[in-house]
Design a protein around this ligand. Sequence first.
Ligand SMILES: NC(=O)c1ccc[n+]([C@@H]2O[C@H](COP(=O)([O-])OP(=O)(O)OC[C@H]3O[C@@H](n4cnc5c(N)ncnc54)[C@H](O)[C@@H]3O)[C@@H](O)[C@H]2O)c1
Length: 322
Amino acid sequence: MNALAATNRNFRLASRLLGLDSKLEKSLLIPFREIKVECTIPKDDGTLATYVGFRIQHDNARGPMKGGIRYHPEVEPDEVNALAQLMTWKTAVADIPYGGAKGGIGCNPRDLSKSELERLTRVFTQKIHDLIGIHTDVPAPDMGTNAQTMAWILDEYSKFHGHSPAVVTGKPIDLGGSLGREAATGRGVVYATEALLAEYGKSIKGMTFGIQGFGNVGSWASRLIHEKGGKVIAVSDITGALKNPNGIDIPELLKHKEATGSLKSFNGGDSMDPNELLVHECDVLIPCALGGVLNRLGSIAEHLGPINYCAVCCMLPYFDFI
Ligand SMILES: NC(=O)c1ccc[n+]([C@@H]2O[C@H](COP(=O)([O-])OP(=O)(O)OC[C@H]3O[C@@H](n4cnc5c(N)ncnc54)[C@H](O)[C@@H]3O)[C@@H](O)[C@H]2O)c1
């Protein structure tokens, strides 16, 4: 089941439980607006490259639409649609006066230079600038994007609409960004983990953790767990994975990643197959990379045998096994 089919099915189940009118249910399943744009840029070597960008605006009944922009080779309309819909439900459940949207460009940001990423972001912004804005739709960072990406969007958007720092969240502090934003999602994962463990009379201290993804969310979650006395015994990212049954020294790993851009060759742990991360024995598994990695109740029960808890935050919301 793909992301959209799973999200639609889960919404229909919730809708029936809430007794929603079937016409309202149908209207809530169809996005407000779907935008698909061609983004052609000159590469550094002078050749042209074309990418497809999406922005799906799901619902604005509760306020301006809100959601991240992802740069990843697997970005495709159904997944963006699913994530936009989930933003609507998340802002509603948290009672924040926003709607839901999501966007992305099908590209591998690791294959693009910084100036190519800047050109791509600016072209994408030129194509969608009249459909986003503080009263309409406010983008944010997501996988493969960061504060720098938001700064480029802000700057390009401002050329058309005047200085508009509020058009994006997750921008650099110097451009009006919020203190704590960079850590916020990873911190949220840790709060969710603490709440989950508290239900079982446990706390982070002394527990062992496996963390998939060591980007913004995964690295902040790892750092905060480490500070709280938890043992991160396995981590992975796109460059590899490592394990250490005594707990990985996260501040040292962060320095290594900063210096080399990779988890590889870190001497504070043994390398392991990244595919094993999700089944590596630990107390708590925290997936912080792509969605859809937990995909069947059968496989969860079978694969997560050695794992006691799975703290899943907003990044992996579409299960197909409910
Ligand atoms: N950044 C935010 O504020 C935010 C907010 C809400 C949700 N999310 C969600 O959190 C997740 C992570 O986002 P992020 O901002 O940390 O992205 P990021 O680009 O900063 O980091 C993603 C990490 O995942 C790793 N990764 C990618 N594919 C992998 C694979 N197959 N196996 C192991 N690791 C892999 C990457 O190497 C990288 O370390 C995404 O699903 C995103 O939608 C992020």
